[in-house]
Write a protein that binds this ligand. Structure first.
Ligand SMILES: *Cc1c(COP(=O)(O)O)cnc(C)c1O
Length: 373
């Protein structure tokens, strides 16, 4: 039997909005303003309105959306930025690229997000000072679509004079206490990589903040540290712009985004309601909604489970098989096995199953049956 269930179905989405996407792309081809064209400005206005923040700044990727704020904060050698080891490489890579030190702390076992108590503990321990480091900020990640614990993280940040940079690459569309991802912390980043909840047809990203001064600096960093014009450079920056064609695609997708988040939630609820007892379904904390970038399960015997699903042609993926503190790229920071027991245990137990707004009941039943066997 060939079920052919995709892990993420971008085709079904495209079918719905193909005409609108084509029209918007044609408009770009007609006006020819490929860089910083009207679509870029329209997207920034719509994103700011969507999130309820003052400034939305589009950029070239979710990675640049992390790098640009750190550059605007002048992060560099001697600075420590605290983050989670259970995330995509970008979150800590940008810190290391600037010569600063990513300091990892363990995660909450149920939400998989950074554990505020662990953040407080490392700040209190005196460890950073011993290494000659100054704590500057925290980068919480809204993993798999659920916001991190911002009330506690923001309290800790205030007490230690740190910034909070929300990595919302997986959580665009999620909420906590009626506030949308993108408006937590001092500044937030998201990604429009095609597989994210809100994706382009290429790379793209955006940064959000209510801080006017920071916004101005970030707009400058995004375009080679420009001052009053682009041939007057007042700081070092990057080529971090979002191009008009990608902005056009995201604008089309934004028109159906809320509906899609609703559909993702229906899919997630059905999975959770029917999940066999031997499998730990995702936990959505009180007051939270998720945008379900991934629907991630925890099991005792992952390899065997995945093998059964593979045989039944149900695609699965592991986010993330190797925590960041154990990656060769970060060897110089001295991470070792046993350092973060929760993260390490979970990295051996989790896997994700198909999740997208257009997943049919019948296919979900098939996947659940495969999980039951
Ligand atoms: C995808 C992702 C990024 C990076 O986004 P790109 O657009 O691929 O650069 C950063 N952080 C997290 C948590 C992500 O999932």
């Amino acid at each position: 039997m060939n079920k052919n269930i995709p892990f993420i179905d971008l085709q079904a989405q495209q079918k719905r909005i193909r005409k609108d996407i084509e029209k918007r792309i044609m408009t770009v081809l007609d006006h020819g303003k490929y860089i910083m064209g009207p679509e870029v400005h329209e997207l920034e206005e719509k994103l700011a309105e969507y999130c309820g923040v003052k400034h939305a700044i589009s950029c070239a990727s979710g990675t640049d959306a992390l790098l640009i704020p750190l550059m605007a904060y002048d992060i560099g050698p001697g600075d420590a930025v605290i983050t989670t080891p259970f995330t995509f490489i970008s979150t800590a890579e940008v810190v290391a690229l600037l010569g600063a030190t990513p300091v990892f702390v363990d995660i909450d076992p149920r939400t998989y997000n950074i554990d505020p108590a662990a953040v407080a503990a490392v700040l209190k321990s005196g460890e950073l000072e011993k290494q000659g480091l100054k704590a500057r900020g925290i980068i919480p990640v809204d993993l798999f679509g659920q916001l991190a614990n911002y009330p506690e993280l923001e309290n800790i940040a205030r007490a230690h004079d740190l910034f909070v940079l929300e990595d919302a690459a997986q959580a665009f569309g999620a909420e906590y206490a009626g506030k949308k991802a993108g408006c937590f912390g001092d500044v937030a980043s998201t990604s429009f990589f095609p597989a994210k909840p809100l994706g382009a047809y290429g790379d793209g990203g955006a940064i959000f903040t209510d801080n006017d001064e920071l916004a101005e600096k970030m707009r400058s960093v995004r375009i080679h540290g420009k001052g009053s014009d682009k041939y007057n450079n007042i700081r070092l920056g990057i080529n971090g712009r979002c191009d008009s064609l990608q902005a056009a695609v995201v604008l089309a997708k934004l028109t159906i985004f809320d509906e899609e988040v609703g559909l993702r939630n229906q899919v997630a609820e059905y999975y959770t309601r029917n999940m066999p007892e031997s499998i730990l379904a995702p936990h959505v904390a009180d007051g939270h909604t998720s945008s379900w970038a991934q629907y991630t399960l925890q099991v005792d015997n992952r390899a065997a489970r995945q093998a059964v699903l593979k045989e039944k042609q149900v695609p699965t993926a592991i986010y993330y098989p190797k925590p960041l503190h154990l990656q060769d790229a970060f060897k110089r920071y001295g991470g070792h096995e046993g350092q973060f027991p929760v993260t390490e245990a979970i990295s051996h137990r989790v896997f994700s199953i198909p999740m997208h707004p257009y997943l049919q009941r019948e296919d979900q039943d098939y996947i659940l049956e495969a999980l039951n066997s």
